[in-house]
Design a binder for this molecule. Structure first.
Ligand SMILES: [Fe+2]
Ligand SMILES: [Fe+2]
Length: 224
């Protein structure tokens, strides 16, 4: 059988893939995590692709980053711990079954297996773009209405306080910027650092591996 050039579009129509993403999100909802479903998957996929595109990487690298981004959290269907590595194995099987060639499958599984802030390493451009896109998704819409516990849950509070979050690429200045707007009446800026410092460190490492400098702005003030 000839290898197929699989794209994000194909996977968005793939029933098995959609089922894994939805079930992984259902599991995280059960254990009290913010939204990690189709909205997060699409955001991370599109953003990872956009990062490589705006940095002038070849089209197929852009497409592979989109796919890695879309699939990156499916490992949560098994457990939150080691979800990056579990997800890599699941993606490996789904992508081979969909007809993708082995070299591309390896690129994607490696990116997914390295996206988590605790043990991930931005080994290649696709991995780096996936890490930056994933860590930039801080937004009010990720707080689950039924579970919103703004008073007691710091993750809910910080996400709920984020009215806007954007990744902006300045290829000429070699800067990747996170631009976040937080309602400090809901969550003080310190709380953002309390839960996201590790994520900012890996995002900064990922930007560096792409030859870019990482900057973090909160409410218009440069923090990193
Ligand atoms: Fe993840
Ligand atoms: Fe994620």
């Amino acid at each position: 059988m000839k290898d197929k050039k699989i794209t994000l579009r194909d996977l968005m129509k793939n029933e098995k893939v959609i089922k894994y993403i939805k079930e992984a999100d259902r599991y995280l909802e059960k254990i009290g995590y913010t939204e990690h479903g189709l909205r997060h998957a699409k955001y991370v996929g599109k953003t990872a692709g956009r990062i490589l595109k705006e940095l002038g990487h070849p089209l197929r690298r852009v497409e592979l980053a989109e796919i890695a981004g879309f699939l990156h959290d499916i490992g949560n269907v098994i457990h939150r711990d080691h979800h990056a590595q579990f997800g890599a194995l699941i993606a490996h099987e789904l992508l081979l079954e969909a007809g993708m060639n082995l070299d591309e499958v390896i690129e994607i599984t490696q990116a997914i297996g390295n996206h988590h802030e605790e043990d991930g390493v931005p080994v290649k451009d696709i991995t780096a773009a996936l890490i930056i896109a994933d860590k930039s998704d801080v937004h009010r819409s990720r707080v689950r209405a039924r579970h919103a516990d703004i008073k007691r849950d710091i993750h809910d509070r910080v996400n709920y306080s984020a009215r806007k979050s954007r990744v902006i690429i300045f290829p000429d200045k070699k800067i990747i910027k996170f631009d976040i707007e937080i309602n400090t009446k809901i969550s003080p800026v310190m709380e953002y650092f309390e839960i996201f410092l590790q994520r900012m460190i890996i995002a900064s490492r990922a930007a560096k591996s792409l030859g870019q400098k990482f900057e973090l702005f909160i409410n218009g003030t440069r923090m990193l």
